[in-house]
Design a protein around this ligand. Structure first.
Ligand code: FE2
Ligand code: FE2
Length: 188
């Protein structure tokens, strides 16, 4: 299994959830009825699939190797770019979770903070994913040694197998399907 190809594929699933998030926010904006508890499921997807499962592989298998092997350019790109963006995404989820709780407690104005954090997260992730697909992953594939790339593939295989045993991929991909069935996919 090519681990980088797999991560590009995971980006597609993450973008499907970003589209769902936007649709939920548009409903709020239009004053339509929204099941606010659904945001907790979305946050669960972001934390455990997009972040732990996907960013987890990037940070512990790929980005660390790029910093070790490719010098200051890679270090700058990862430390001050990709990792900072992963952290900013975590902050948006924290703030989104707090805002959803406030809405459920009756704070109507907190709907603004739900939209602001959820939409900011989608913008951040779209830019981040495009940068990885177009620049960072290609740079890694071109520049890392064959041994390192092989090692990443092997580690990725084990990571996927362990996650599969816990039902991670199945659970979260089913969740995206479920949400799309409810609000539509980004192609419509
Ligand atoms: Fe990333
Ligand atoms: Fe990524």
């Amino acid at each position: 299994m090519n681990c980088i190809d797999l991560m590009v594929e995971e980006h597609v699933h993450i973008k499907r959830m970003l589209a769902v998030i936007r649709k939920y926010c548009y409903k709020i904006l239009k004053g339509e009825k929204v099941q606010y508890e659904d945001f907790f499921k979305i946050i669960d997807f972001v934390r455990n699939y997009a972040d732990k499962h996907h960013h987890g592989k990037e940070e512990s298998m790929l980005f660390n190797r790029m910093m070790e092997e490719l010098g200051p350019t890679a270090e700058k790109l990862v430390r001050h770019g990709m990792n900072v963006e992963h952290d900013l995404g975590r902050l948006h989820m924290q703030e989104l979770e707090a805002a959803v709780k406030r809405v459920l407690d009756g704070d109507d104005e907190a709907r603004l903070d739900v939209i602001a954090n959820a939409i900011s997260y989608t913008h951040l992730l779209h830019r981040h994913i495009a940068k990885e697909d177009d620049v960072v992953y290609k740079y890694a594939e071109r520049s890392l040694s064959k041994e390192t790339l092989d090692r990443i593939d092997l580690e990725g295989e084990k990571f996927e197998k362990d996650a599969k045993a816990e039902g991670i991929q199945d659970r979260y991909l089913a969740m995206v399907d479920e949400f799309e069935a409810k609000v539509g996919s980004y192609s419509n």
